[in-house]
Design a binder for this molecule. Structure first.
Ligand code: FAD
Length: 452
């Protein structure tokens, strides 16, 4: 302990955001400690081995366009462990009228799929000629797509695609915060389709998984960074250039700067007395619950691919299913279904037997034979995915304005709830803390000179 401090900077929360913040600070030689409530680091990004098979408990892949993820993996020496998904995973399925339809990822490929009615295909052709919106206030995802593509495509296709990302309600999600790139395409090119064609030419770098599973991130952070696990911070007290962190049933930890990198509601709870106005806005960030149900069915006749998605109007039990064996490239008949979300919150808390029965009924409804279907692992999250809901940009602005030094905040809820967003927020928090520490060092130096 130097100067009565446990570390120069303490990062509360060892998920991807916290690890990114701590790794960036450690790289710059700042004495940094991660304090994590769980026994393992990684937050949602964790894996589990069941009967020798690696299963992802939360995220299964990340998009290569997220530079911050590459920077994080580089800092942890894991960049070479990021591998593109197997080619078969380029095939995705949309459920429409209880039938699986293969769809490619480019919007124009939707023109040739039987998953869409002729009216919906015509709406895609018409979209480049739909006048862009002039108003600049926040618009919901449902309003945006209905305006540009019509209600039917929004309800059957967009709702399916987004249930796989946010598990949310299109009428409640903010277009500008949930899908900023598409909102920008309308502003810049006057059309989503035109924007998609231009961005296609720029070439994205595809989708990646982590060899050895996403737990590698936490495991590598444990090896390379100063960490203390199994310590839950209950309250934060902010003093003159010093922060005190009260740990539940534990010591008080002291540092000069703290980065709170937990989920928004946990951050709100620990900041309630020190920064009540900040806690109030953090409490407004809502999360949807999800159960991730891993199952196997050795004789399952689902086709190969990344997975299937179903819009809520299809009335299936699960929002979607990832074909884990194909995604990992093993071809094992192993699957992960995502249950719950905004349209069926209670389902995320169901008992194992009810989850299994629900998935069986989905396979029956789809006409998929899956004898010997059995559970491999269930992961339940009461707070799975933060919702970039209407007003999100204002909330994030308010959070940033209130999270003044010696505090900084990080977490994927500050962006669009992905691994990439978590890493971006962690690096931004580290940058803010570094700037503050440099400013302090400069004023200390001036003080020394003045004192002679
Ligand atoms: C089922 C599921 C599937 C997903 N799939 C994908 C995907 O395929 N691709 C993708 O990009 N994203 C995906 N995501 C989103 C992604 O996993 C998250 O956005 C990201 O991992 C969040 O990271 P984070 O560091 O912001 O928060 P978290 O991972 O939630 O980390 C917060 C950490 O803070 C700790 N903490 C909380 N309270 C305290 C306290 N009082 N004291 C100390 N520590 C505390 C927690 O234990 C936790 O470790 C998925 C999420 C879920 C739930």
């Amino acid at each position: 302990m130097v100067n009565g401090l446990d570390a120069e900077v303490i990062v509360v929360g060892g998920g991807v955001a916290g690890i990114a913040a701590a790794a960036a600070l450690a790289e710059r030689g700042v004495d940094t400690l991660i304090v994590e409530a769980d026994d393992e680091l990684g937050g949602k990004a964790k894996s589990v081995a069941i009967d020798g098979t690696l299963l992802e408990r939360g995220p299964n892949s990340f998009h290569g366009r997220h530079d911050a993820m590459w920077r994080l993996l580089g800092l942890l020496g894991l960049a070479d462990d990021a591998v593109p998904l197997a080619a078969v995973a380029n095939k995705r399925f949309l459920v429409r009228d209880a039938t699986l339809h293969a769809i490619a990822q480019h919007p124009l490929s939707l023109l040739t799929t039987e998953a869409l009615t002729w009216g919906e295909r015509a709406a895609i052709v018409r979209e480049p000629f739909v006048a862009p919106r002039v108003a600049s206030d926040d618009e919901s995802v449902a309003e945006f797509f209905t305006r540009r593509f019509g209600h039917s495509l929004t309800e059957h296709v967009v709702a399916a695609a987004l249930s796989g990302v946010f598990a949310g309600d299109l009428a409640a999600l903010s277009m500008a915060s949930a899908l900023p790139a598409l909102a920008q395409w309308e502003r810049v090119y006057g059309s989503v389709i035109r924007g998609a064609m231009k961005s296609g030419k720029n070439g994205k770098r595809g989708v990646f998984r982590l060899r050895g599973g996403f737990s590698q991130i936490g495991a590598r952070a444990k090896e390379r960074l100063r960490t203390r696990t199994g310590l839950a911070v209950a309250a934060v007290e902010v003093g003159q250039d010093r922060v005190e962190l009260a740990v539940s049933d534990g010591p008080i930890l002291r540092c000069r700067r703290a980065i709170i990198a937990t989920e928004a509601h946990h951050a709100a709870a620990m900041l309630r007395s020190a920064r009540p106005e900040l806690a109030t806005v953090l409490d407004e960030i809502i999360y949807e619950p999800i159960a991730v149900v891993h199952w196997r069915a050795p004789r399952c006749d689902l086709p190969a691919g990344f997975g299937l998605l179903a819009a809520p109007c299809e009335k299936l039990f699960a929002m979607g299913t990832v074909f884990t064996g194909d995604l990992m490239g093993t071809g094992d008949k192993l699957y992960a279904s995502f249950v719950g979300g905004a349209h069926a919150r209670d389902r995320a808390a169901l008992a194992d037997t009810a989850l299994l029965a629900g998935i069986r009924s989905d396979m029956n409804a789809l006409g998929v034979a899956a004898p010997d279907l059995s559970l491999a692992h269930v992961e339940r999250y009461t707070h799975a995915v933060a919702q970039p809901a209407l007003g999100h940009a204002d909330r994030v602005r308010a959070i940033r304005a209130a999270a003044l030094p010696p505090l900084a905040l990080a977490g994927s809820y500050l962006g669009a709830a992905s691994l990439g967003a978590a890493a971006v927020s962690g690096f931004a928090a580290a940058q803010a803390v570094l700037a503050g520490l440099h400013a302090c060092a400069a004023s200390d130096a001036v003080g020394e000179v003045a004192r002679g």
